[in-house]
Design a protein around this ligand. Structure first.
Ligand code: FES
Length: 132
């Protein structure tokens, strides 16, 4: 029987954990292209991180943090735009690399961003890399 500490080291995969750090060195499938066509904004969870997968109106795919940087509403309620994902609450728009590219009524507050990860669509699957 392994110790509680070793069990934790081997099984916890969140950010900052040993196993999580190892797993973040690989690309992971996060969704299917056909599903993203049907539903262009999806909440997803990978390696203990809650994220938002989205496809913009111009066809770019992004993977951003779960919450808006403004008032922390879920970006899963976001609305795809040509230039990114618009938050449903006050309209801040995030590009696929997580930068705020539109901030209605508050343009002086730029730049801001949320966590974002690179994505690629290969073989009908959408892959992401959470590593350094
Ligand atoms: S909560 Fe997203 S723009 Fe205000």
């Amino acid at each position: 029987m392994i110790s509680e500490d070793l069990n934790r080291r081997l099984t916890e995969i969140g950010p900052g954990t040993p196993a999580g750090g190892l797993m973040r060195r690989y690309w992971h499938p996060i969704g299917a292209g056909v599903d993203l066509e049907r539903e262009p904004v999806q909440p997803v969870c990978l390696l203990g991180e809650k994220l938002t997968l989205f496809k913009t109106a111009s066809g770019e795919i992004g993977l951003a943090g779960e919450r808006c940087a403004h008032r922390a509403i879920s970006l899963a309620y976001g609305i795809p735009q040509e230039n990114g994902l618009r938050c449903a609450y006050h309209g801040w728009t995030y590009s696929t690399d997580g930068r705020v590219v539109d901030m209605p009524f508050e343009p002086a507050c730029l730049p801001l961003n949320v966590k974002a990860y690179p994505v690629q669509e290969l073989g009908g699957l959408i892959w992401t890399y959470l590593g350094p």
